[in-house]
Ligand binder design. Sequence first.
Ligand code: SRM
Ligand code: SF4
Length: 572
Amino acid sequence: MTDQLSRNERIKEASRYLRGTLSEGLGDEITGSITEDDQQLVKFHGMYLQDDRDLRGERMRKKMEKAFAFMIRVRISGGVLAPKQWLALDRVARVYANCTMRITTRQTIQLHGIIKFNLRETLQAIDKELLSTIAACGDVNRNVMCNPNPHQSKAHAASLSLARAISDHLEPRTGAYREIWLDGEKIAGEDDDKVVEPIYGKTYLPRKFKIAVAVPPSNDVDVFANDLGFIAIVDAKGEIEGWNVTVGGGLGMTHGEPETYPRAADVMGFCRTEDAVAVAEAVVTVQRDWGDRANRKHARLKYTIDDRGLDAFCAEVERRAGKPLESARPFKFDSTGDRYGWTGGDNGREHLTLFVENGRVLDRAGGARMMTALRRIAEIHDGDIRLTANQNVIIANVAKDKRAAIEALIAEHGFAAGVSALRRNSMACVALPTCGLALAESERYLPDLVTALEQRLAVHDLADDDIVIRMTGCPNGCARPYLAEVGLVGKGPGRYNLYLGAAFDGTRLSKLFAEDLDNDGIIAALDPVLAAYAAERAPGERLGDFVIRAGFVARTENGRDFHTDAGAKRRA
Ligand code: SRM
Ligand code: SF4
């Protein structure tokens, strides 16, 4: 069997718990890069080696090394930061990175453009504020997401504490992070699996692993996109009764390879709060032992479950957790979006959700200066700052006497203006120029496409309708396009596949509607659909439901039927 293992398995096995030759590579002054094996290992430390793809051609012509720099992703369970922590990340972004902060679709912050020689200082500055980047990437459990909505204070507090408990429990224990990036101190006796990594072992998981905690009616964490999810079941008094457990979500696929597909998670059962961490560990260890370690394209939990069957998987989880799951309880989601503007909480404090287009926090030349505004808000704010899975920011738990000052800062820095319904429901992944896997633009293009679509929506009298639109630069699905009512997925430079028919509440995946479209092609393909929606929809019917009823696309039930399209599509 061993000779079938993927290359990454060998790298992990030989790495001495994620050390590899990272320390030596950091000291190599000849290059801004690190070795190929270390590029895989450094992900477990929350970093990716990238290069500026806008500069590739020019540097190649000049026979220069690529413009290498690192992206680092911070580990922030549930997306909650103290203002001091925000200020530290803001400073690091301005001193060591590219003067922007990027709120991600998993409630954390990425900093781009950090050169190798500044990595240690950057991570030390982050560590000082009790934050780290360990396991923000890599074949381990990542940042655990959690509903950030502070107006349901009790349920939110319980879900945040579960997210943190799971995150802490599943954090890698290796001393490599501290040793390489922080104080250089070697931990004695790091050679016994059971001591060093009791949950993961030497080779960690077969692939990345993602967990989210949702609090209905909001599915703002897109719980069904996660390997493992917990859905809060809340009683009439707002107390948590326990959690429905979901398994097997994941969105990545490869164009032209139908054996890869996005999949929405199944609801597996219900557990009590006191058992939830044990259930999480059991799910993780079954995937550790049953997941495919030969083919990384088939290594996510979604494939393990489809190969073995949900019943067999559930039985093994129950055996390892030492307790059967109860039957799942009824729940209902109503949307995946954020509630913008001010909301009140159970605790008398107020919360302000601000739209951040595609999560990019920066000062725009001649435009809104969001980075400065948020810094100045963090300087006076004594509540917390929450990141949403829709790439937005919440100034949470604002004391009554601070509200006016916060509003004044927002107005002063020019981002008080409202945005259209389509834009506030839009999300794009990073893509070019930093993402090495991008086939097309995303973050730099979606805002313009939205502007063009706003005009078409106005013509059809749909300007005020909430329609979820998401774009990615490749089929990996980082902005969760297959769970958007309108999903656009990069196919090649300037070309996109168009997916329709996902549910507004994030419970159903979409279906391919049209392929290989350029900007005009996207508008031409969508316009008749929007016209039909305006003319024929039933009261309250969402676009994602309408396109199925009207015959534009077939319904996707889960994942294996994602690439099948029963019946001819309706054309206008
Ligand atoms: Fe992602 C890889 C960015 C959320 C599925 N993702 C990448 C990399 C690291 C590219 C790489 O491997 O070299 C991208 C870095 C771009 C850059 O320059 O910053 C990247 N992913 C992102 C972020 C920043 C998108 C964003 O615009 O916010 C999100 C960071 C989340 C975080 O804070 O942890 C991000 N990625 C997601 C999601 C959404 C989610 O988790 O809810 C998905 C789909 C869900 C899933 O995992 O199935 C996602 N990313 C992927 C995949 C495909 C995985 C698969 O199973 O096939 C890859 C490629 C891979 O792993 O091989 C990938
Ligand atoms: Fe990069 Fe593709 Fe993810 Fe976009 S979806 S950030 S292009 S890996």
